[in-house]
Design a protein around this ligand. Structure first.
Ligand code: AMP
Ligand code: ZN
Ligand code: ZN
Length: 335
């Protein structure tokens, strides 16, 4: 039976239209992320240790000042935005209504491991926590630049999730405006807060949707998931900005992220996926903080999206979230 659910977080509708011939567990990826046609798997690349000279300049190295690095944040060699352009004058800000602005902004790459063959989920919880702390450090640097209004952290894994490099990496973009999806999410949270006095994510119902729990986080398939097997990892305690995370929470989140990626990999045959950190813009008024709650969205790319989604912003999901959560909950992972 088809159903239309309201996604109150992103303020959009999702159509659930179960593919009757398929069980949820049949939505497996057919192709390994590294194996795209005409692109034979390589064994080294510019992101590997000892290839640093092939990369754009380095911004952060972990640990600092050693050739034996574990993580590097570097400039993107082909950036979507240009960090050297004139910074837009914050006093000459037409409220985001300008039709044309200089393409100023930051586009960094986070190399998560020096080893070409290691995936993020192969790292330990502490090592993944260190990648999250590298995001935090770089976001902290960008927060000091007044013209940067928002930072989007994202990871593309596998060619059909948009990755052009197979070496494990993620990206950060610091943009001089608040993107429309971010504004829509905050407007929806504000509307709910004004009506109920409560934060949407502090109050989110888990019940049949829960996939995992840790000391500081829980993971669920959202009630109105846009795509099959989408997962959100949400901090238990209300926090508006990802970059407020401390070392202990970063390791705990590293463990939760690893568990969720391994569950997706085991149940769905190592699918291509994206994750995104949905945090809050830098310059938010104090009265906005009580309803702005950051979270991580993980989306395996199993079905592709096309004209209807582009035209309407409304996704058609063939797997009910309760069924996806059951499939993910039931698989045991030894870590
Ligand atoms: P993705 O396309 O999601 O795999 O992200 C990889 C990113 O790395 C792309 O945005 C590329 O522009 C960028 N990139 C590719 N080669 C280099 C390099 N040698 N140094 C820095 N960035 C690079
Ligand atoms: Zn490599
Ligand atoms: Zn909250």
């Amino acid at each position: 039976m088809q159903e239309i659910r309201r996604d109150v977080v992103f303020n959009r509708s999702i159509i659930f239209s179960p593919a009757r011939a398929k069980r949820p567990s049949d939505f497996k990826a057919h192709q390994k992320p590294g194996e795209s046609a005409g692109n034979p798997a390589r064994t080294s690349c510019a992101f590997c240790k000892h290839h640093e000279h092939e990369c754009a300049p380095e911004i952060v190295r972990v640990p600092p000042d050693t050739i034996d690095w574990k993580i590097r944040v570097i400039e993107n060699l082909y950036p979507a935005l240009n960090r050297t352009l004139d910074i837009p004058n914050p006093n000459n800000n037409g409220g985001g209504c300008e039709l044309v602005l200089p393409g100023f902004g930051f586009h960094d790459v986070v190399i998560e491991t020096p080893d070409h063959s290691v995936n993020l989920s192969d790292l330990s919880a502490k090592e993944i926590g260190d990648v999250l702390l590298a995001y935090k450090d770089r976001i902290g640097q960008l927060a000091k630049i007044e013209s940067v209004k928002y930072v989007q952290v994202f990871k593309n894994h596998g060619a059909s999730a948009g990755a052009s490099m197979s070496h494990s990496h993620s990206q950060l973009m610091g943009v001089p405006f608040v993107p429309a999806t971010v504004s829509a999410r905050l407007d929806s949270a504000k509307e709910n807060f004004c009506r109920t006095g409560k934060c949407l994510l502090c109050e989110i119902k888990t019940e049949e949707l829960l996939v995992g729990e840790s000391t500081h986080f829980f993971a669920l398939v959202p009630f109105a998931a846009s795509l099959p097997f989408e997962i959100w990892i949400i901090p238990r305690l209300h926090a508006s900005h990802f970059e407020e995370i401390d070392h202990e929470k970063a390791t705990d989140l590293g463990s939760m992220l690893k568990l969720m990626l391994l569950k997706l990999s085991k149940q769905l045959n190592d699918p291509p996926f994206n994750y995104m950190i949905h945090t809050s813009p830098f310059q938010m008024s104090a009265d906005s903080l009580p309803y702005a709650h950051w979270f991580i969205q993980i989306v395996p790319q199993l079905i592709g999206t096309a004209g209807f989604e582009m035209a309407t912003g409304c996704y058609i999901n063939p797997v009910f979230p309760e069924d996806a959560a059951k499939v993910l909950r039931e698989v045991t992972i030894l870590m």
